[in-house]
Ligand binder design. Structure first.
Ligand code: PLP
Length: 365
């Protein structure tokens, strides 16, 4: 048996006719950028996450850049984020001219350690980027409380976590702004790139709206340096169809994760879902000693694996200029050495799930 990390063609097949018709409709309409399908997506996703406003952009990366720009992040400003995470959560601060500040994460949830965030705040801190790692919300009450006390903004990076909940609220409605990515592999994936920013703050959203269209407030008059970051109508049309299955697919991910938890909890370090949290398992990430040996074995048995992420952000060459040294963020450094993600995509069959379980158990037997 073979079990891949994901099977996007199988996911497409679930809604093939409807997606084809939606995409064809756009091709025939002659309206290719923004427009009604994008507005429809913005409306339905804003209602879904429980945020007042949403804006479609070209990628999750752009959503991070433009939301930070709209919050005024620029030269001299610091933005705090976890070192164990995806590059864009931090590189986007640098693209705004700001300085990423890395803190350690919780070894069990992989999310920001609130005490570490508090300790890292300086008079220069402008914002905190809280990534909801692998589909589990960060501890938003603690982070918001620290941020409010210090007058700092919070951006939820929910690129991996659309549909996740924290104390009954969906992520992207809890911080000052939230972002998602529609990269094809994400829980709500397009047939190409896309992203969205959410906020209850109309001024912030209006600023992002101006920035996504070259800083135009009046056509061909530019009072600020924006960029081109618009969501394509064809992507929005595909996403409007795929959104209908988002909850079903997230629930299937949860079902698979629960099966793994039951069977693997005594064998490897399994992910947790603390009380009051609703995990959407973008990845099912386990802790394994001698991870690379385990990975070879799994691949040999036909089970796909991935390492998210093999190098913490403070040790990335691109961030060398920030001057972090080895050993400064020990949890992030350790996680990068011992985590591995096994398949949890919603199209897995029960037989495939059982095969993954047997294979993992076989390694440790
Ligand atoms: C994927 C991802 C992004 C970037 O989204 P893109 O749409 O690929 O630009 C940002 N942050 C996290 C945590 C991600 O996983």
């Amino acid at each position: 048996m073979r079990v891949g990390m994901l099977d996007l063609a199988a996911e497409y097949a679930l809604q093939a006719e409807e997606i084809k018709a939606a995409a064809l409709g756009i091709l025939e309409s002659g309206m290719y950028v923004l427009g009604a399908p994008v507005e429809q997506l913005e409306k339905s996703l804003a209602a879904y996450v429980g945020s007042e406003h949403a804006l479609g952009l070209a990628s999750g990366t752009d959503a991070l850049i433009l939301s930070q720009k709209a919050m005024g992040v620029g030269p001299g400003d610091e933005v705090i984020t976890g070192s164990f995470g995806y590059f864009a959560s931090a590189s986007t601060t640098a693209h705004c001219g700001g300085r990423p500040v890395f803190v350690d994460v919780d070894p069990v949830t992989f999310n920001l350690e609130p005490e570490a965030v508090e300790a890292a705040i300086t008079p220069k801190t402008k914002a905190i980027v809280a990534a909801h790692m692998f589909g589990l919300s960060a501890d938003m009450d603690a982070i918001n409380e620290i941020a409010r006390a210090k007058g700092v903004k919070v951006i939820e990076d929910a690129a991996q976590a659309i549909g996740a909940e924290y104390k009954g609220r969906k992520v992207c409605s809890i911080g000052d702004a939230g972002i998602v990515s529609f990269y094809p592999t994400k829980n709500l994936g397009a047939a190409g790139d896309g992203g969205m920013v959410f906020s209850d703050d109309k001024e912030l959203i209006d600023e992002v709206r101006v920035l996504r269209f070259h800083g135009e407030r009046i056509r061909y008059f530019h009072d600020t340096l924006g960029t081109n970051s618009r969501l394509d109508a064809i992507q929005a049309a595909v996403l409007n169809v795929k959104f209908k299955l988002l909850d079903d697919k997230n629930n299937r991910r949860r079902e698979i994760a629960q099966r793994y938890n039951e069977e693997l909890k005594d064998v490897v370090g399994v992910p947790v879902e603390p009380e009051g949290y609703h995990h959407v398992y973008h990845a099912y990430t386990i802790h394994v000693p001698e991870r690379d040996k385990f990975r070879e074995y799994m691949i040999d048995k036909g089970v796909g694996c991935a390492i998210y992420y093999p190098l913490p952000l403070h040790k990335q060459e691109a961030f060398g200029y920030l001057g972090y040294t080895n050993g400064t963020l020990p949890v992030s450094e350790k996680l990068a050495e011992e985590v591995i993600s096994i398949p949890v995509c919603p199209t897995l069959t029960d037989e495939q799930v059982e095969y993954v379980i047997e294979t993992v158990k076989g390694y440790f037997a």
